[in-house]
Design a protein around this ligand. Structure first.
Ligand code: AP5
Ligand code: MG
Length: 216
């Protein structure tokens, strides 16, 4: 299966990917996680991306398209789930073209719909593990021990772009540049909409129902 996950910042893309990976054995490719990794390693790409990410703007298409093409090339036969890519119509066209060249297509686009009003609470309460990427929330999804990752005991951090000012800018960027992708993929007839205001387990269960139907 080749899946694209769409949704605003804080819609729960990363959270849902964890469940999808363990159920279907897909490779999770998060453009945001890859960029943060490049930044922590101090690479040229990471340095170029920094100022865009910290301001809540998108990193230029050409940088992202090249980075994600490499990641997709290494995906296993079971398939992949793209989290945070594509994020502009340009990126989606480039992805379709690259897949087409190897005789592949996107099987499903999962569109997580969340009201803007609850995004800020999710973002400001999010805590992440810098080691394994696990995502928690100080109220909704607490780690077993406060401030510490359940999986590897690493101290949890708050992402630098999870402050109200940058969150507002990321939301605006999403509505202006990424939401048009829903229509782009609706024209291909592959979009599945999900109410992602609900608890994470409820959202996961509706996604499983849709994908199980698709794969039988
Ligand atoms: P990226 O890392 O992709 O950030 P984002 O899209 O803003 O999304 P988030 O990771 O913030 O949210 P999420 O939907 O994964 O939610 P999560 O599951 O963590 O991108 C960062 C930056 O990189 C961009 O701003 C841009 O600069 C750059 N970039 C990345 N990709 C790019 C591209 N393709 N092109 C150009 N630039 C790009 O959940 C959030 C919180 O809510 C957590 O605390 C979680 O525990 C909680 N939560 C999740 N689900 C629920 C639920 N159902 N109920 C209650 N709480 C929940
Ligand atoms: Mg994420």
């Amino acid at each position: 299966m080749r899946i694209v996950l769409l949704g605003a910042p804080g819609a729960g893309k990363g959270t849902q990917c964890k469940s999808l990976v363990s159920r279907y054995g897909l490779l999770h490719l998060s453009s945001g996680d890859i960029l943060r990794q490049e930044r922590s390693e101090g690479t040229e790409l990471g340095k170029k991306a920094q100022r865009y990410m910290d301001s809540g703007a998108l990193v230029p298409d050409e940088i992202i398209i090249e980075m994600m093409a490499k990641a997709i090339d290494n995906a296993p036969a079971a398939g992949f789930i793209l989290d945070g890519f594509p994020r502009t119509v340009n990126q989606a066209v480039a992805l379709d073209k690259a897949l087409d060249e190897s005789g592949q297509t996107i099987d499903a686009v999962l569109n997580l719909e969340v009201d803007d009003g609850i995004i800020e609470k999710r973002m400001t309460g999010r805590r992440s593990c810098p080691q394994c990427g696990a995502v928690y929330h100080i109220e909704n999804m607490k780690p077993k021990t406060e401030g510490v990752c359940d999986h590897d005991g690493t101290e949890l951090i708050q992402r630098p772009d999870d402050n109200p000012k940058v969150v507002a800018k990321r939301l605006e960027t999403y509505h202006r540049q990424t939401e048009p992708l829903v229509d782009y993929y609706k024209k291909q007839g592959i979009v599945h909409d999900f109410d992602a205001n609900d608890e994470a387990e409820v959202v996961a269960s509706s996604i499983f129902d849709a994908l199980d139907t698709l794969s039988t």
